[in-house]
Design a binder for this molecule. Sequence first.
Ligand code: SF4
Length: 370
Amino acid sequence: MIPLKEVYLEPSLEGHPFVQRILQGLGHLPSVHIDDLDSLINELTSYQEDPWREGKTTLLIRSYQGRLVKDCPGTRDHICCGYKVINVMTNCPIDCSYCILQVYLNNPFLTLYPEIDKIFQEIEEILDRHPHRFFRFGTGELGDSLAFDGIIGFSSEAVPFFANKRNGILELKTKAAEVGHLLALDHKGRTVVSWSLNPPKIIEEEEHMAAPLGERLGAARLCQDAGYHLGFHFDPLIHYPGWEEDYRRTVDLLFEQIDPGRVIWVSLGGLRCPPYLKQVAQERFPSTKIFSGELISGEDGKLRYLKPIRVEMYRKMISWLQAYDEDLFVYLCMERDDVWQEVFGSSPKTREGLNKRFEERIAHFVREEI
Ligand code: SF4
């Protein structure tokens, strides 16, 4: 992991208890108080050769005027899973060549929005407004849920917060292996800890500074032993010569460590990206091979593998995964109705349809524990 070099703090947040705790934990690193962080971002990015790389050593702590809990943006004509994104932090210390944040965010620095009381209030409002629906919340969309959590400690607050929620569940999604601080928390089965997985070759070549596969699975095993429900995300699936053997072996390694009966969900998603990401990633990671497969532009303008390749990858992954448990809940991330049909012989059709499938799955795993 790249060590943190600088911390910049908006002065109005200095007395916030969550911020004070973080700064105490970073005692060796003085924080610089700056009112206008936007100007600082412009200034720093203007002279740095690779602002995205430098950004992973710099922490900004700032307030946010809008809502911090939002709907996952989804993508046009593709079935979205209706996730709620908690934006406590953007960016992460890991540096994946395919990371969409490189073109999605206009700020390359690790940025913490520490007003967690506001976050919890927004979540309460959503849950209270719709008492008969069930919501999934996660911190792993605009960053990694655990890679920086040892420093910011958000999960230590959020896991007990969700423990007593009747109609909400938290997902912590990661490529890290630091889970020690989660193990003794009273989660009451309302937190899913999930790992993004890829074969060791892809991790080594494309997921810089992420934990190796064995460490991720070891951490998942510790969480399983601590009673957490587990999730796994094979996303992005990468198509390359030898992918079948590598992914099949990865599935085997997963279930050497993990009881499939404890896995609440597995997602599959083929590599997809806006065309501009290809250019950015190839400049930042000249040795990346991730874009060497045949990618074509879809209805939403994103590059994807041709449909027959995606369908083949999904079908094979599902057969390897469900060989361990035929009831394993597997879903496709951001795929079209016709792809669902070809892979599963049925489709949830809409966000609501997919949400209903999640609710049934969660009821099976979680509701009996309330
Ligand atoms: S772990 Fe996720 S957020 Fe972090 S660099 Fe990789 S893809 Fe981006």
